[in-house]
Design a protein around this ligand. Structure first.
Ligand SMILES: [Zn+2]
Length: 103
C-alpha cells in the first residue's frame, strides 16, 4: 500500500479538518515539549501520545502528521512496509496535501 492509498483509508475512517482533529478523533494525545532538536517528535504507543518537539525547525502539524502515520500503521496492522520512517514521511506529505485540498 502506498502512502496516498493509506491516507485515503485514514480519511474514509477518520476524516477531519486538520491533523490535530484527526488525533483527537482517534484518542491520540499531543504533548508539547522542548528538547535539543535531534528528533522532531515521538510516538509513545503505550500512552497513545505524540510528543512534539517545539524546537523543531518544521511546522508542528507536519510532525503530528508523521507520528500519526506510525499510529495508523499499527492501528491498521500494516506490517509490509519496507522503511517505516520513509513511509510516515510520505504519509505526512499526502495527508497535509489532502487537508489543504479539502479546505
Ligand atoms: Zn518516525
Amino acid at each position: 500500500m502506498s502512502g496516498d492509498e493509506f491516507v485515503e483509508r485514514v480519511f474514509l475512517n477518520f476524516g477531519a479538518k486538520n491533523v490535530f482533529e484527526i488525533a483527537e478523533k482517534v484518542g491520540v494525545k499531543i504533548v508539547y515539549q522542548k528538547w535539543f532538536p535531534v528528533t522532531l517528535g515521538e510516538f509513545d504507543w503505550r500512552t497513545k501520545t505524540i510528543i512534539v518537539n517545539e524546537n523543531a525547525p518544521i511546522p508542528l502539524e507536519k510532525i503530528v502528521a508523521h507520528e500519526l502515520g506510525h499510529y495508523f500503521l499499527k492501528e491498521f496492522k500494516i506490517e509490509n512496509v519496507a522503511d517505516e520512517e520513509s513511509f510516515c514521511d510520505e504519509f505526512a506529505v499526502e495527508m497535509l496535501d489532502r487537508l489543504r485540498i479539502q479546505i
